[in-house]
Design a protein around this ligand. Structure first.
Ligand code: SF4
Length: 285
């Protein structure tokens, strides 16, 4: 594979920052060398179809169009068919997964959203669905990173008291761990984006659908302080610096990330261009 010699970082996002933290080499293969993944993980496909189905339901609510269970499930079926029709990269199904079993799961999840999740969106103003926000990454002392932050919020709502909330939908087998909720950078990224997009000091909530035959729906409000937003800035600054110098550290090969990595074949042959000084050069300096 030909090494990349130049790469302009157009923006950072919660997912690109998290990917760099998880595995710098995967960041390189996907975003710098732009190598196609060998497959799509079924869980990601299911998550993306669920998000699209919920977005279409909420768009109808916002536009005053009546939603029935039949119409929502018909729209879901179209989205699923369209996803299955995409030939490359192929979907990698888990041992107990098949297109039928995953569609059944999706139907159960969307039905649960209609009964348990949707009412919360019917008494509020829907300000945006899949809202794209491109804002500067600003630290509390006013220092701005060269690279902007991009965040795409699933839904942004405003209640009768004027409170703005950014909602992120999660689909998960077991729900979210306490550590993920308490320390993850996603809420900080979305709250920083909302602030600089002119939405003020917004609130943030995870709305979680469990991927089970009988799914449950729960709402987890998340609090982040200015200190958390500064921590995000600090991590983003490190990522920006690493990219500038072509530093893409791979994760440990025995880690869980490699087992489901769609770039594992390319990873074995990748040659990563770097202009960072070598250890020998540093020793001489
Ligand atoms: S196989 Fe492992 S080390 Fe290589 S890119 Fe994927 S996650 Fe990173």
């Amino acid at each position: 594979m030909k090494p990349e010699t130049t790469f302009e970082l157009d923006h950072l996002s919660q997912s690109s920052i998290s990917q760099m933290q998880r595995c710098g080499r995967q960041f390189y293969l996907q975003r710098v060398a732009r190598i196609e993944p060998a497959f799509r993980n079924a869980a990601l496909v299911v998550g993306s179809v669920f998000h699209a189905a919920v977005a279409s339901i909420l768009s109808a609510v916002r536009d005053g169009i009546e939603i029935t269970k039949d119409s929502a499930l018909a729209a879901l079926a179209s989205l699923w068919e369209a996803e299955l029709a995409v030939e490359t990269p192929p979907i990698r199904w888990g041992k107990r997964e098949s297109p039928d079993s995953q569609f059944k799961l999706l139907k159960a999840m969307v039905s649960t959203f209609l009964t348990d999740g949707l009412p919360a969106f019917q008494g509020v103003e829907i300000l945006g669905i899949e809202t794209h926000m491109r804002v500067p990454l600003v630290r509390s002392d006013g220092c701005v990173l060269e690279t902007p932050l991009v965040a795409i919020a699933d839904v942004i709502v405003r209640d009768a008291d004027g409170n703005v909330t950014v909602v992120d939908f999660k689909t998960s087998g077991k729900g979210l761990s306490d550590q993920y909720v308490e320390t993850g950078i996603q809420p900080s990224a979305y709250l920083m984006a909302a602030k600089h997009a002119g939405l003020g000091d917004a609130r943030f909530e995870y709305h979680i659908l469990t991927k089970k035959a009988k799914p449950s729906y729960s709402v987890v409000p998340v609090v982040r302080t200015q200190k958390d937003l500064d921590r995000l800035w600090d991590i983003a600054a490190q990522v920006e610096r690493a990219v500038r110098h072509g530093l893409y550290m791979p994760t440990s090969p025995d880690g869980w990330a490699c087992a489901s990595c769609p770039w594992s074949a390319a990873c074995r042959t990748a040659h990563v261009h770097t202009d960072a000084p070598t250890v020998a050069a540093l020793a001489v300096a």
